[in-house]
Write a protein of this length. Sequence first.
Length: 186
Amino acid sequence: MSRQLTRDEAWEILTKYNKEAFHLQHSETVESVMRYFAKELGYGEEEEFWGNVGLLHDLDFEMYPQEHCLKCQELMRELDLEERLIHAVASHGYGICCDVEPTHEMEKVLFAVDELTGLIGAAALMRPSKSVQDMELKSVKKKFKDKAFAAGCNRDVIKRGAEQLGWELDILLSRTLDAMKADPKN
């Protein structure tokens, strides 16, 4: 019988497979963005679930990069976690490293914001404040257009994510920046 996960349990699972500070910080950033969108999009009662999906989305990436979004399914099933959690986590790799399609709005948000939070986070590190708190949309758009900046952040995935959500790219950029600003740690 699968069960729901608490945030503390999700963190314990994440840190069993991830040790690098960069990966842990990225997971927490995506968690906070997912929690923000849960509330913004009318899924407030699901905030914990959305947050845990964000926290665990790269569960297998550090130890099993060649099996990303595949190995996590196996690991989570061994822990008897909910199938909807497993599907949601794996779906952010759709068309990239797995064939689990994002169907729920939450899964589409995760797909769209994963790469984008990395790009915005990298842009923040270039600022004197090292923070998104004083960043404007025009700065994000400029960095997005500069293919040499944060070259590892796949702009096509971000664009596909916006399309899946039915949002203009600028709306996705703006809302994700707002979501990151809502967490004072960013």
